[in-house]
Design a protein around this ligand. Sequence first.
Ligand code: ADP
Ligand code: ZN
Length: 286
Amino acid sequence: MYYGGIEAGGTKMVCAVADEELTIVEQLAIPTTTPEETIAQIIAFFDRYSLKAMGVGSFGPIGIDPAKENYGHILATPKEGWANVDFLGNLKQHYSVPFAWTTDVNAAAYGELKLGAAQGKKSCVYLTVGTGIGAGVVLDGKIFQGNAHPEMGHIRVKRHASDDYEGTCPYHGDCLEGLAAGPSLEHRTGTKGQELNQNHLIWDIQAYYIAQALVNYTLTLAPEKIILGGGVMNQDHLLQKVRRQFIDQMAGYMETPEIDDYIVRWALPNQSGIIGSLLLGKEAAR
Ligand code: ADP
Ligand code: ZN
């Protein structure tokens, strides 16, 4: 018997099957096309295994309240064809096993807490800076959610004095995601983030916004660790700038762990989400 995990993204669906020790025996990335086609491919993958339980960490927003009709659905996503799709319901029709269901970033935060950069801690914030910006929170060992799951990538930030960019968020324009996700780097400069020179002023602007988010998360949640993932954070110099900006902006107000130990890169590169999903699946089996 195996555990199934899905890290459901707007670009690809990472599907994995793991054994009792959570060692991954097979992993496959399926491109996210139409819901019908994509779900059919997911099912074709998992049908080859006998599953005990499944964990799904999905792009969102998603319905997370089991008492509501939209539980398990993808909600107001700009991803064409996916708004209001009953993703979990479709999977449940095929597999009558226990399911865990949360956001992709919550799953990643949980994976990093249990098996990655925040091992041994009870709380962490995981922030991904990639095509979008999203964050997941674990507090007291549990994924934090309330009326809905938090959407911490869409917070408001104070503008950098040399930045008049309108922002890319289809809902808010210049929220954090609008000003600092990967596509904003390219729209501002005409060059993809991975090809931009380290000395470009854009990195100071970028660090200014990401640090503001981390200051806000620290002030509101006081996590033991903040873990940064996503393509844009592959820039090591950016991590250093974010740490310096964080110290500047916090201005000594709140005590945090030593900065190099507090704001860190992911320990499970590109795997936090799928490992967290598998782990949640395993826990749902109990
Ligand atoms: P996704 O968020 O879609 O899962 P990624 O985390 O790889 O995927 O993020 C993709 C975004 O990150 C793109 O906008 C890309 O230009 C940017 N990006 C990828 N690698 C780097 C890098 N090394 N430096 C800066 N930006 C990068
Ligand atoms: Zn937004």
